[in-house]
Ligand binder design. Sequence first.
Ligand SMILES: *Cc1c(COP(=O)(O)O)cnc(C)c1O
Length: 432
Amino acid sequence: MPDLALLGGQPVRTEPYPRWPVFDDAEVQSITKTVLSGRWGGSPFPGPNTVEFSEKFSELMGGGIALPMINGTITMEVALRAAGIGWGDEVIVPAYTFQATAAAPMMAGAIPVIVDISADNYCIDPQEVERAITPKTKAIIPVHIAARMTDMDAIMDIAKAHNLIVIEDAAHSHGACWRDKCSGTIGDFGSFSLHSAKIITTGEGGVLLCKDKNMAERVASLIDCGRPKDANKQNFTMGENYRWSELHAALGLVALERFPSQMDQREEMADYLEESLNGFPGIRFLKRDPRLTRRSHYRYIIKIDPEHFGCNNATFCYVLIAEGLPVDTGYPPMHRYNLFQPQLSKLPVPAAFPEYFDFDAMSFPVAETAAEKEAVWMGEAIFRAGKKGIDDLVNGLLKLQQNRDKLPQIAVEFADKIDAYNLPIQFLKKKV
Ligand SMILES: *Cc1c(COP(=O)(O)O)cnc(C)c1O
């Protein structure tokens, strides 16, 4: 039986997985053309590259008015502002997502009301959403993660019944489809990140897809210093400068060209991964809803059985990383992010509503189990390294399986390093 690399054996893989972003001369040419045009900035908004990008992005997603801006956090904040959501309002967000999903409502002055996820797909649980609704609730921000999508039928029904705005956080799901409709086109707004790690990227950037023309005009005004976008209005309103540059758009135009074939490639390898891991002891897949008609892969998440392996996901990942495999434990549960501690915030919201910010009293059992015991995240790069990339991962898992009697001891011996190595754990306000 081969020794674990962590204990001095040979790693399963020494070759790095393919880098991201992918680029070649096409990006250089597009940027060069924009540099030579002399039109670098975003003002007057939108510039020609941005207009072209917006049209192509809407077309690719099959709907909505696309408004690019500086990132995929501001997108959600301005969607809330455009919908008139702010002080005293409540916005329902899942307990298992990047902090941005809850930070955006806070920055708009609203209260993020955190609810648990479904154990089936790690996306927000519609029943928990329903339970969290109060007269102050104004919006829901479902986040589609793990190559899965939120049950959008249930979310849209709830939103309709309670007159709520839906902002889909599609930062992980560019191109994924629910009943053949792309993520981000089902709710009132779809928020996309173009951050360096995301599967359509311009280094930094975001796109807000708006269903409604009036809302889109308001958003365009909000991100362009409050300049009027509606021909009837003469005056500036309150707004900020969240404009995207033409240089970003130059990269975005090439990224959109590359995207469809990258998506197909990842999907083909995801199928191969699932075939290869089918029936693997102690490993389960998240449920695949038949209404999810097209998948998109940013982070693929499997569930491990901690009892079977004798360790939690953090130790599991630590051992696999030593084997040369790109895995991690993903997000902490939302209530463990340090930045939501009221003492760190001068926002008036916590003082007015202390009960919403008692993070120690909060409990989200499904998100906690995912984050602290079961979830193993894989970077999309494993789907761009051919069958060998998947085979290496499977061989790493087999090796770990064969050595699982050593894992409890590794968990104890390397405890400090495992905590330090797993990035999400560094965000936690207390050890779990
Ligand atoms: C990346 C991401 C965002 C937004 O990120 P930006 O860096 O602001 O573009 C929002 N939500 C989720 C779930 C994300 O992963």
